[in-house]
Design a protein around this ligand. Structure first.
Ligand code: ZN
Ligand code: ZN
Length: 142
């Protein structure tokens, strides 16, 4: 009646380091739960038109739990480098959105903030964040 375990399994050793190892980098959609209530979101409005153009959210990454944030345009921007920080590009986009707004186009009723973890903790060399991606649906307050 000895407890021999499975052949070849060998002695199970608990590694005390394993629990504190950082989560590795994994470029993948996060399929687990997202605690939406732990995020704070802001809406950026058009400087002239005063309609919503961007959503920004901050909160804990659902995968690595580190604080992260993300920003997204609320409008489809085909033909633009939407992720650009270039002020000329942003000015072009804002002008385009103003034209579209003047032609009756409106931002969506629910704002989807496509998040990519960009926490400041190291998960892999030369990588930002842990690689998790998830969507936050932000319903604007009336
Ligand atoms: Zn992290
Ligand atoms: Zn993360």
């Amino acid at each position: 009646m000895g407890n021999e375990g499975r052949p070849g399994a060998g002695p199970q050793r608990q590694s005390p380091v394993a629990a504190s190892n950082p989560i590795g980098y994994s470029n993948a959609a996060w399929l687990g739960p997202v605690d939406v209530a732990s995020f704070t979101s802001w809406i950026k409005r058009h400087p002239q038109g005063n309609f919503a153009i961007k959503v920004r959210s901050r909160g804990p990454c659902p995968r690595c739990l580190h604080e992260t944030q993300g920003e997204d345009w609320l409008w489809e921007l085909e033909g633009f480098v939407a992720a650009s920080d270039d002020t000329d590009v942003i000015a072009d986009i804002e002008q385009e959105l103003l034209n579209r707004y003047d032609h009756g186009e409106r931002p969506p009723a629910v704002y989807v903030n496509r998040m990519v973890c960009s926490c400041d903790q190291p998960h892999a060399p030369d990588k930002e964040g842990c690689g998790a991606r998830w969507d936050l649906s932000v319903v604007p307050r009336p």
